[in-house]
Write a protein that binds this ligand. Structure first.
Ligand SMILES: Cc1ncc(COP(=O)(O)O)c(C=O)c1O
Length: 440
């Protein structure tokens, strides 16, 4: 597969033109490892195309990505999935759609709804779980039947703990109801490269965002927005331009461009061999730890159900040279990718098998999403004068700013909701001591 953006950068570096354009470093790196990146870090000069009006090398690279993922059109983002989520939701606003969203949404979704003044109708997981609430087709069906039309359904899958929703069934329900299906697939770009694609677009979603940087070899900030139908791409691109920086990083764009070649040539092999190795690891650990099902590349240990404190296990892992992705009292999440060396999984297995932390019966259940009364919309609450109060004094007050623990950045309380004792206890459980509320 060709790499037009990367090739342009390499050619430009070798031309050694006078750099009478931004950025101010003029291609001259400061000392150190980062130095090699500066010559490639350019802006929209002649021949380099322009992200929000792409018709040259960026558009060509995006077409490569669309072919790889089986999308009608693919748009690049150098502002992560966050920018893609803003663009998808802006388009829903233009189409006048009611937003029905799974409660395990990332804060980037909530922030976009605040910016766009979109009220949200939440859908909850059957078990009410906060972080990994897989939304069922029945919940979607019910929500659609009881909401003003036209509507759209917004799912976060895989979620931070690797839980996956039945996108195929939900897509059928949405089609029958004339609703658009939007998927936050920030954690699932690799799903397109399983023997049978499990990618949201292949399963029937209208739009989805993939963070290339989270599970594929690309620089942090690299993401893309896929559209099932190419006709939607122009509107989505204009929405992206509304929120994105006018100086998107070419290093990030080039990393996606190069990643495409990896996706074309090698990723399927790597997905297969890493997934197989993870499968063996899971089997080996089964007697010592409860590990959740779902996306194989998210190794989510249910510490509490394994008789351990998640934070104690996380500390133990750090002390034994394993840096985890996320940990709380209930869970420890370890993330792999197709690029995880098999030898790393060998090492991980040895470390986990050697875990000699004492086990006890832990009765604590995973956190449930609190059911709170929304006094106002998220935007109304976010734009009112606000103040910080200690969590133990927040009962009866209206949340003005979401302070989710990050990661996983799933809001515990949504702005506009009235806080109660359950919410306060949950905030404290996640180590949040102060909260921003609407000024009395
Ligand atoms: C589920 C989910 N959605 C969206 C995002 C935002 O993605 P990005 O960091 O690529 O902007 C994240 C980031 O962690 C996430 O976990």
């Amino acid at each position: 597969m060709n790499t037009p953006v990367y090739d342009y950068l390499m050619e430009y570096v070798h031309r050694d033109d006078l750099r009478m354009h931004m950025p101010g470093h003029k291609g001259k790196g400061l000392d150190g490892w980062l130095g090699a990146a500066y010559p490639l870090d350019i802006t929209e000069i002649c021949g380099a195309d322009s992200l929000y009006e792409a018709d040259g090398i960026i558009a060509e690279s995006e077409r490569n990505a669309a072919a790889l993922f089986g999308a009608g059109a693919t748009l690049y983002s150098a502002g992560g999935s966050t920018l893609c989520i803003q663009a998808m939701l802006m388009q829903m606003k233009r189409e006048g759609r009611t937003i029905l969203a799974g409660r395990n949404a990332h804060r980037s979704f909530l922030n976009a709804c605040i910016l766009l003044d979109l009220p949200i109708r939440w859908m909850y997981a059957r078990d009410g779980a906060l972080l990994s609430g897989v939304i069922s087709p029945q919940a979607v069906q019910y929500a659609l039947a009881n909401s003003p039309k036209p509507a759209c359904v917004y799912l976060t899958t895989p979620d931070y703990l690797g839980g996956v929703a039945d996108i195929e069934a939900i897509a059928r329900i949405c089609q029958r109801a004339g609703a658009r299906l939007l998927v936050d697939n920030a954690h699932g770009a690799h799903l397109a490269f399983f023997p049978q694609s499990l990618h949201p677009i292949a399963l029937g979603a209208d739009f989805c965002c993939d963070s290339y940087h989270k599970f594929l070899p690309a620089l942090t900030g690299a993401a893309c927005l896929h559209c099932k139908n190419a006709e939607d791409a122009a509107a989505l691109r204009s929405a992206m331009a509304m929120f994105g920086s006018t100086s998107p990083s070419y290093l990030i764009l080039a990393s996606m461009d190069l990643c495409n070649r990896y996706l074309a040539n090698r990723v399927r092999h790597d997905v297969f061999s890493v997934a197989q190795r993870i499968h063996r690891l899971r089997k080996k650990l089964k007697t010592a730890f409860k590990i959740s099902e779902g996306d194989p590349f998210h190794i989510c240990i249910h510490a509490a159900s394994s008789g351990l404190s998640g934070t104690a296990l996380a500390q133990w892992l750090t002390a034994h040279g394993v840096m985890y992705e996320y940990a709380d009292e209930d869970y420890v999440v370890l993330l792999c990718s197709p690029c995880t060396p098999l030898s790393d999984l060998e090492r991980l297995e040895q470390v986990l098998c050697a875990c000699d932390l004492p086990r006890t019966q832990i009765d604590q259940q995973p956190a449930k999403a609190p059911l709170l009364y929304a006094e106002m919309t998220p935007r109304e609450a976010a734009l009112l004068p606000c103040e910080q109060v200690p969590v133990h004094q927040c009962i009866g007050r209206i949340c003005a700013m979401t302070q989710p623990p990050c990661p996983p950045a799933v809001p515990i309380v949504i702005c506009g909701e009235q806080l109660n004792a359950t919410a306060a206890a949950l905030l404290e459980r996640y180590g949040i001591r102060e909260i921003t509320v609407v000024k009395a």
